[in-house]
Structure formats: structure tokens, C-alpha cells
Design a protein around this ligand. Structure first.
Ligand SMILES: *[C@@H]1O[C@H](CO)[C@@H](O)[C@H](O)[C@H]1NC(C)=O
Ligand SMILES: *[C@@H]1O[C@H](CO)[C@@H](O)[C@H](O)[C@H]1NC(C)=O
Length: 575
């Protein structure tokens, strides 16, 4: 009996299995191709020079894509069976294809807003500076703020703009124009008045109100002193911020950037809320309408670490395929351009200045400890050699208290290092998140500020960082410098700032391969997205760029500054 019962059960089970194999698949076109033994690609890239950033297959000539992800790569014969009647074929005749670039450090909405404002980047004399502002004033109604930025005095020989430059051309509109690094800015007299800045206003902690020889504020404000003005500027409207996201995303796509790590709008204590507002009112709003064009990984101000911990506990890191929640960010010092990067030895041109420690270090250490304990990734801005040492020391003490784990601590900028500091990044597994194009702006004044010896030893030690085993992540810090990975890659391999006959610290030049990895797979690693992005590998998102170069040799000999097409999710997003 027992045997008969088992046999009946066996026959019934076999019947169900047979039905499932023979009939069920025909309900679905995917299963029907599976039944025929093959899967069909939506799109294939053919005859391309595909650089994958994936060590298991560094180059390929064909790539098959389905549902926004990569199915397979190889030569034509490897993917041939994936081509069906409906497969869209892109024949690239040898053109170079790269993974979509990841920019490890941007302020995306600010970048968009800046494209919508007076742009003073690249201006080379006072006349052009004033002409540009004058033109913008015409567009404003009296009383409206005139905002802009991007100026760099090194381009016109060193005179700082002052309120007196602006008062005649803008008597009725308050003006605020930030320096390219946003650690300094100039206000006109009306803006100073509205902000309550007078001759007796004391310097706030972590900032400076510069004065003229009569002791009157001259309009220039450094670091936290900028808050006095920034706090009185009315917020941009929500509509403007949303528009800025679209403007910024379109601009990024023209440069081949398909993912950014957005450090938000956290420049002053007062702006802590902005990143959170942008998350719900701009990013999630755009996502809910299907309007996201590039992927974002968002970092939030460290003072809000517990709020971020709760968000991740409730929703996870991945809010959608477009929005990824990263970690927390804070500041250790200012910038070299504004003489506020924290150095071990004084500035060459100002022997009493060692730079500025922006955030109280005890607070920073404690907040880092607790953020890390909650599982958050921590990124801290450090530019000067002393600031970098302090943050590395702090990170290592947090590791010794909280224990080993895959935490990927980051230092944003890691710009000026003591020679003995560079190897620590690799040893201590701290990610240097660096911006090669900053060197184009710093080079002209580095000797003046740091002295000959330091200027030829510490800045942008990319090869030393790699030699020490660090995973180098590249970014732009847009809008501080323009977002343009191909230009940054070129800067990192040649290190030739304008006017330089030879490379600036030639031993720190890196290879094209290392530079490409720093803007793709290592950048993905640096924000915990390397399982999904950063290389052209089966299963990952089909985000890639096509270059005008027709062969690898052509590209390697003269890397172009622009891309001819950008794809996100296997769909052409630019042009
Ligand atoms: C391009 O790919 C096709 C297959 O689609 C192949 O037949 C052809 O020979 C290739 N052309 C070149 C120039 O390699
Ligand atoms: C450190 O941070 C924790 C968590 O925010 C807080 O409870 C504690 O009071 C802080 N300790 C110090 C010394 O500030």
C-alpha cells in the first residue's frame, strides 16, 4: 500500500512538473525565449572599443543590454545568440566606450543654481568682472538680491574685489558674489548694511570680516563670517531648486557623468536643513514623477546623523534606482585659496596664519564615533596637512574603539599632505576623495602660500596615495570647478596647470588606467555602489559613455575633453 501511495504521489508530482515545463513558459515572451534556450537583448553595442573598468575582462568589443542592465560582454560571437529580431543594434566602428563617470564630490543643486546665476568663473580682469555684474543688475528689480560667484583673483593679478567696486553699479540691489571655492565672498555696502555688519562687528568663531585701512568692513567675508550675509539672503524658491536639479543633471550628462555623490548644500551651520529639504522636496519629488536623469548618492550634514540613521533603518540605503542614501559629511578646515586650510607650519605669505579649524574637534570626534557606531559612512573635508593628520588620527581612534568593519571612511580633498601621511590612507583604508582640477587653480599661488619646498612636495599626491594602496576616488567639487571627468583625468595624468612648462611634481603623475578607475570603479567603491555601478560588468546598470576617439591608441595618446554620447540604464540620455 505504501508503495502504491508513493507511486501515485510521484505520478502527480511528475504531471505538475511536466505541465510547468511545457505550458507555463508560453505565457510570457521571456520564458518562451528561455525555452528556446536563449534570452534576447534589448540593445547591443557592437564593434566598439569597450574599456570595462573590470579586471576580469578589461576590454570588450560588444555588449548586450536588457532591462537597463548589462547581460554580457565579449567579442561579437560571445553575444551573438542574444540578438533577436527586436534588438536595437548600435554599431560604433571602433569608438571608445567607457563606464558612465561617477563624480565623487559635487554640490549638485548649487551647481544648477550657479548655472542660473551670474557666473564669474574664468574672468580675467576687473572691467569684465564689473561689466558682468552691471548687466545682471539690469535684470533685477530694486531690492532684489544679486547672487553669483566663481571669481578667482589669481586670474587678474591679485586685487580682491571690494564693496567699493560694486556700490556704484549696484546701489539699490544687495550683492553677494562668492569666490570660486565658496570659502570667501564679497558683499556690496547695501548687503553689509542689511546683514548688520558694521565696523564694530566682531569676527565670528571660524571666520573673518576683512576691514580696510580705516577699519571699515571692506565687503570681503571669510568662512563662517559669510553666514552673516548668507543668513539674510532669502532662500531660493522651491521651483528654482527643482529647476536647478534639471539644469545640473543635463549639464552632468553632457560631460558623461551618470552618477554623482552629492555633498549637499552644507557650507554653514545654518544650511544643515537644506540637504533634508532637497531630499524630500527636490530629489524624491523628481523621482516620483519619473524625472530623474542621473543617479545620486546623497551625503547629509554630520549634525543630523541620528536622523539619517533612522531613515536608513526605515527605508534602507536605496530609495530607488536613482536615489541612494550615503553617509554623513563635515569639515575639519577651510581652503588653501582662502588661506584657511589648516597647516602644520604657517602660511609663507602670512607667518601668523596657520589656517582655520572650522568645527570643534571634540565635537567632530564624538559625532564621528557615534555616526560610525550607527553604521554610517563618514566623509570629512580636510585640505591642509594638519587637518588631514588630525582626521586620520581621529579615524584610527574610532576604529580602535568601534572595531574593524568595512566602513570606507573618506577624506574629502586630501589635498596637501606631509610625505609621511600619504601611505596612511592605504594602510588605514581611508579613501582619499580628491579633485584633480583644483590643481589648475591652485598652482599659480602654491609657492606664494606654501613656499617652494612645500609647494613641490605635498599637493595632490595621487601616485603616492596609490603606491600606499589607497583607492583613489575622483570628483570635481562642482560648482567649485566645472564638472568634467575627462578633463580631470587629463589633469591627473599630465599635471600641467596653465603656464607650466613641465608637470607640477612629475612623480605624482598617474597612469590613464588608474585615472579612469578613479572616476569609475573606485568612485563607486568609495560610496558603496561598486556592486551596481562603476564598471561594465554583467548584472550592473548599463550606464556608459561613447567617445569620439576611434581606437584606444587614439584616446590614450590624446584623451579628449568631451563625450559624444551618454547612456543611462541602456538608454541614450545625451545628446
Ligand atoms: C561590425 O559588426 C557586424 C556585426 O553586427 C559585423 O558583421 C561587421 O563585420 C563589423 N564591422 C566592423 C567594421 O568590424
Ligand atoms: C557624544 O555624542 C553622544 C550622542 O550624540 C551624546 O549623547 C554625548 O553627550 C556626546 N558626548 C560629548 C562628550 O559631547
Amino acid at each position: 500500500m505504501a508503495f502504491g501511495k508513493n507511486l501515485a504521489f510521484f505520478l502527480a508530482a511528475a504531471g505538475v512538473a511536466l505541465f510547468a515545463i511545457v505550458f507555463l513558459p508560453s505565457f510570457d515572451p521571456f520564458w518562451s525565449s528561455w525555452r528556446k534556450g536563449r534570452q534576447v537583448a534589448e540593445m547591443v553595442v557592437l564593434n566598439a572599443t569597450i574599456y570595462t573598468s573590470d579586471a576580469s575582462l578589461p576590454f570588450a568589443e560588444a555588449m548586450a543590454v536588457r532591462d537597463g542592465r548589462i547581460l554580457r560582454l565579449g567579442d561579437y560571437s560571445t553575444i551573438q545568440d542574444l540578438i533577436g529580431d527586436g534588438t536595437h543594434k548600435l554599431n560604433y566602428n571602433g569608438n571608445v566606450v567607457l563606464p558612465g563617470f561617477i563624480d565623487s564630490h559635487v554640490h549638485l543643486i548649487l551647481g544648477g543654481l550657479q548655472l542660473m546665476r551670474v557666473q564669474l568663473g574664468g574672468i580675467r580682469n576687473k572691467e569684465d568682472f564689473l561689466a558682468k555684474v552691471k548687466e545682471a543688475v539690469k535684470e533685477k528689480t530694486p531690492g532684489q538680491w544679486l547672487l553669483g560667484g566663481g571669481w578667482n583673483i589669481d586670474l587678474w593679478g591679485g586685487d580682491y574685489p571690494e564693496a567699493s567696486w560694486l556700490d556704484d553699479i549696484s546701489p539699490q540691489n544687495p550683492v553677494w558674489l562668492s569666490r570660486m571655492d565658496r570659502h570667501m565672498g564679497v558683499a556690496n555696502s547695501l548687503a553689509l548694511k542689511i546683514s548688520g555688519i558694521r565696523r564694530d562687528t566682531p569676527d565670528p568663531a571660524g571666520g573673518i570680516i576683512l576691514k580696510n585701512s580705516d577699519g571699515e568692513p571692506n565687503g570681503l567675508l571669510v568662512d563662517s563670517a559669510m553666514e552673516l550675509v548668507l543668513n539674510t539672503i532669502p532662500e531660493e524658491s522651491l521651483e528654482e531648486r527643482r529647476e536647478a536639479l534639471f539644469v545640473a543633471s543635463r549639464h552632468a550628462l553632457t560631460r558623461g557623468v551618470t552618477t554623482v555623490v552629492d555633498m549637499g548644500r552644507f557650507f554653514t551651520a545654518a544650511s544643515v536643513e537644506d540637504s533634508w529639504l532637497d531630499l524630500s522636496e527636490v530629489y524624491q519629488w523628481a523621482d516620483s514623477l519619473g524625472k530623474m536623469m542621473i543617479r545620486v548618492c546623497l551625503f547629509f550634514p554630520m549634525p543630523t546623523w541620528s536622523r539619517l540613521t533612522e531613515l536608513i533603518r526605515d527605508m534602507g540605503h536605496r530609495l530607488s534606482e536613482w536615489i541612494h542614501v550615503g553617509g554623513v559629511k563635515d569639515f575639519a578646515d577651510g581652503s588653501l585659496g582662502s588661506n584657511s586650510a589648516l597647516l602644520h607650519e604657517a602660511y609663507e605669505d602670512n607667518p601668523i596664519n596657520y589656517g582655520i579649524q572650522i568645527v570643534d574637534f571634540d565635537w567632530l570626534s564624538n559625532a564621528t564615533l557615534h555616526s560610525d557606531m550607527s553604521g554610517l559612512q563618514v566623509a570629512i573635508h580636510a585640505i591642509g596637512d594638519k587637518a588631514n593628520d588630525m582626521v586620520l588620527d581621529m579615524y584610527s581612534s574610532v576604529v580602535s574603539i568601534n572595531g574593524m568593519r568595512d566602513r570606507r571612511f573618506r577624506i574629502e580633498h586630501a589635498q596637501h599632505l606631509l610625505p609621511s601621511t600619504a601611505p596612511r590612507f592605504g594602510q588605514e583604508m581611508v579613501i582619499p576623495s580628491v579633485q584633480p582640477d583644483h590643481m589648475l587653480d591652485d598652482a599659480a599661488t602654491a609657492e606664494k602660500k606654501l613656499g617652494i619646498k612645500r609647494a613641490h612636495q605635498g599637493p595632490y599626491m595621487f601616485q603616492s596615495l596609490l603606491d600606499g594602496g589607497a583607492r583613489l576616488a575622483f570628483g570635481s567639487d562642482w560648482p567649485v570647478t566645472d564638472i568634467n571627468p575627462l578633463k580631470a583625468i587629463k589633469t591627473a595624468i599630465y599635471r600641467k596647470p596653465p603656464g607650466f612648462e613641465h608637470a607640477w611634481i612629475p612623480t605624482e603623475r598617474i597612469s590613464l588606467d588608474d585615472a579612469l578607475k578613479a572616476h569609475t570603479i573606485s568612485a563607486a567603491y568609495a560610496c558603496f555602489l561598486d556592486q551596481e555601478l562603476g564598471s561594465l560588468s554583467p548584472g550592473k546598470f548599463a550606464d556608459f559613455v561613447v567617445l569620439p576617439a576611434n581606437s584606444w591608441t587614439e584616446f590614450a595618446e590624446n584623451p579628449s575633453n568631451f563625450v559624444s554620447a551618454t547612456f543611462v540604464n541602456g538608454k541614450q540620455a545625451y545628446p
